[in-house]
Design a protein around this ligand. Structure first.
Ligand SMILES: CC(C)(COP(=O)(O)OP(=O)(O)OC[C@H]1O[C@@H](n2cnc3c(N)ncnc32)[C@H](O)[C@@H]1OP(=O)(O)O)[C@@H](O)C(=O)NCCC(=O)NCCS
Length: 132
């Protein structure tokens, strides 16, 4: 299968770096899309949590695209960029890239936009910037 053309370099802050393991595969031996989505969600949540200095919850995932397969042994890197801060919500663009094989080929594998809401101790939305 041919690989989807990939831009030269990732955008955003490196938020997750891990290795795809055999336990994360589907029956065909490739990495589950759901595992990739989890890594991206965790990485973007770190940004949202730091930005709002509070608990956050994922309210939406848009434009999720699986561009290239991920294989066991790939080094998975997630990069996140804040694209919009609302009153209580934050939209964060996430790209995942892998480093593969002995030559460390760098390939973009997934992308998506994750929206978080800053929440209080009762799980209800509160402003991202509570001091304004
Ligand atoms: C997130 C949650 C607290 C929001 O509660 P709510 O009563 O819908 O709150 P609001 O209508 O005031 O919306 C809060 C913010 O979220 C945004 N929002 C709500 N639904 C959205 C959606 N589907 N997509 C994008 N943004 C959304 C609103 O625009 C608002 O943003 P703003 O304050 O920046 O303008 C509530 O929907 C919830 O608890 N959802 C479950 C979250 C969860 O369990 N996630 C993990 C899934 S396993």
């Amino acid at each position: 299968m041919s690989e989807t053309p990939t831009p030269a370099a990732p955008h955003g802050e490196l938020v997750i770096r891990t290795i795809a393991m055999p336990a994360d595969t589907n029956p065909a031996g490739d990495i589950f899309g759901g595992w990739m989505l989890t890594q991206m969600d965790l990485g973007a949540a770190i940004i949202a949590k730091n930005l709002s200095r509070s608990r956050v919850t994922t309210v939406a995932v848009d434009g999720m695209a699986f561009l290239n397969p991920v294989y066991v042994g790939d080094i998975v890197n997630c990069y996140a960029t804040v694209v919009k801060v609302g009153r209580t919500s934050m939209r964060i663009d996430v790209e995942a890239w892998v480093q593969r094989g002995k030559d460390g080929t760098f390939l973009r594998v997934t992308e998506g936009v994750f929206t978080y809401v800053a929440i209080n101790e009762h799980g209800r939305p509160h402003p991202v910037h509570r001091d304004r």
